[in-house]
Design a protein around this ligand. Structure first.
Ligand code: GLC
Length: 533
């Protein structure tokens, strides 16, 4: 058994251990200056709402200078703020204001790649093959007599080849560079010491400004296999519903990077790291949460599980098993800016909302940390956008075969009866907002005790105040087919879910909250979850 990340008995638990974190997709949260894109002052203007909702921390998606090819995940300068979002002064004000509201703030760190507009990459393009400038990225010669075939057969995650050929300073076609995402996101060479030193500088830059931690983008990336070999199609993570091994990711060397990050963050007490870890194998997943690596890791099983009690239970069990051997903290999320919203995943319309609400109660009663994605608390669906509105590079690079993630990133409706629902004072929003969202606004839902927002607020309040939310484990009860129930051991708190088509009797206990009204004779209806104590 490895040493645990859990505190010894009697020692206060760190804040992140059971935190409710709220993901602010910055472009879509709140716009303060009328340009139709969310910004830092917009976030600040809504801190009162987030406090009312009852969240402990914000995760802010990238706010750094960027050409915005991939919504800011193409970072041109990791130690500044893009003018679209504000400036460093606005950032400092936001950190201070968040803390005044009792809300911590974590930033999104993108260590796997930079923007092609990053000064390093521009210098590399203007330097000779084999130069130290090129060595910060993954430049290689192509294959064949004319070097016109990419150095290996790796695809990009966004579609198309994982390599782009450059024109050399003297005008000839030359080397290729690797990009596991868009061509505008060249992968860094993590065998180069400059890359390590620069990340350390970035970490300290933001930690010194008072941020409470980082979400690490593609935390299973960075390290690449020696020699960058060709691979068979099944080695590109396609097995097991996309959870299979992938030659491009989860190399052992990546853990050295996380140890470096952790050692820096350890100098700043109370700060936390959460990794984006798309790794399907439980044991390999757990490695990222060893005591000298990340504090938390997103396990995405609940974002892909269909609405079926057995599959959801299996997803929960895997997520727990993945962290238990290393003494890690389970971390739950139902959605983020990369995946379809739960309402839509579960069929859309009333059924979709009903199921998404049920799963929210299942999630919020689990031990560990929870990440909510902005708009999830409003029961927003993903939106079918017209082709002309699509901005995600996935649309172009997949040759218009994958629509990409824009539909999950539509701006938040705050108030009023028509677009832009108080998101901006301007006429346009960066993605169009639907005409039929007036009943989904924050304003409308705050006043409605049966709204999804009221459900989240109430559930978060119970989670904060009820003594049943303790311990690191859960215990499963026997339950009718299509249902499950679990208890937080040592307490009376029970959560039950019914995904079957018929009402079922409740487990023992008094209902605290349910995702839909119980039946007249007190049973748990289909597509509903309940907490009892
Ligand atoms: C992560 C982000 C995603 C981005 C990708 C490349 O998966 O969540 O939005 O496109 O990394 O940075």
């Amino acid at each position: 058994m490895q040493p645990s990340q859990h505190p010894a008995p009697g020692v206060e638990r760190p804040w992140w251990h059971d935190a409710v974190c709220y993901q602010v997709y910055l472009r879509s949260f709140a716009d303060s200056n009328g340009d139709g894109v969310g910004d830092l002052d917009g976030v600040r203007s809504r801190l009162g709402y987030l406090e009312l909702l009852g969240v402990d921390a914000l995760w802010l998606t990238p706010c750094y200078p960027s050409p915005m090819v991939d919504g800011g995940y193409d970072v041109a300068d990791p130690r500044n703020i893009d003018p679209l979002f504000g400036d460093l002064a606005a950032f400092d004000t936001l950190v201070a204001a968040s803390h005044e509201h009792g809300i911590r703030l974590i930033l999104d760190l993108v260590p796997n790649h930079t923007s092609d507009q990053h000064e390093w990459f521009q210098t590399a393009l203007n330097s000779a093959p084999g130069s130290p400038e090129r060595d910060r990225y993954l430049f290689r010669y192509g294959l064949g007599d004319d070097g016109a075939t990419p150095p290996n057969n790796w695809p990009s995650q966004f579609g198309g080849p994982g390599w782009t050929r450059v024109t050399e300073p003297h005008g000839q076609l030359g080397q290729w560079y690797m990009h596991l995402f868009a061509p505008e996101q060249p992968d860094l060479n993590w065998s180069n010491p400059d890359v390590w030193a620069d990340l350390e500088k970035t970490l300290r830059f933001w930690l010194d400004r008072g941020v409470d931690g980082f979400r690490i983008d593609v935390a299973h990336g960075m390290a690449k296999p020696h020699g960058l070999p060709n691979a068979e199609p099944h080695q590109f993570g396609l097995a097991d519903g996309g959870r299979g091994p992938d030659i491009r990711f989860d190399l052992d060397g990546v853990h050295e990077v996380h140890r470096m990050i952790r050692s820096v963050v350890n100098e700043y007490p109370g700060r936390a790291l959460v990794g984006e870890i798309w790794v399907g194998d439980d044991e390999r997943f757990g490695r990222y949460l060893r005591p000298d690596e990340l504090h938390l890791g997103f396990n995405f099983r609940l974002t892909t599980a269909p609405f079926d009690a057995d599959t959801i239970r299996e997803a929960i069990e895997h997520s727990m098993a993945a962290v238990v051997t290393v003494g890690g903290t389970p971390t739950w999320t139902l959605s983020n800016h990369d995946v379809p919203r739960p309402v839509t995943r579960f069929g859309g319309g009333e059924v979709g909302v009903r199921r998404a609400r049920a799963l929210a109660l299942v999630e919020l009663a689990l031990p560990g940390a929870v990440f909510l994605y902005n708009g999830e608390e409003l029961g927003l669906p993903s939106v079918e956008l017209p082709d002309s509105a699509l901005r995600d590079p996935v649309w172009e690079h997949s040759g218009h075969t994958r629509r990409g993630r824009d539909g999950h990133r539509v701006p938040i409706p705050w108030e009023g009866y028509e677009p832009n629902y108080g998101f901006t004072d301007g006429d346009e929003t960066w993605l169009p907002m639907p005409d039929d969202w007036s009943s989904l606004t924050v304003e409308a839902q705050l006043e409605d005790a049966s709204s999804t927002l009221s459900l989240y607020r109430h559930a978060l309040e119970i989670r904060r105040t009820h003594p049943g939310f303790v311990g690191d484990e859960l215990e499963w009860y026997g339950a009718p087919e299509g249902c499950f129930a679990y208890r937080r051991p040592g307490t009376t708190l029970v959560c039950a879910l019914n995904t079957s088509p018929v009402p079922v009797p409740l487990p023992p206990g008094d209902p605290l909250i349910s995702s839909a009204p119980l039946t007249d004779n007190g049973e748990l209806p289909p597509d509903t979850a309940v907490w009892l104590a």
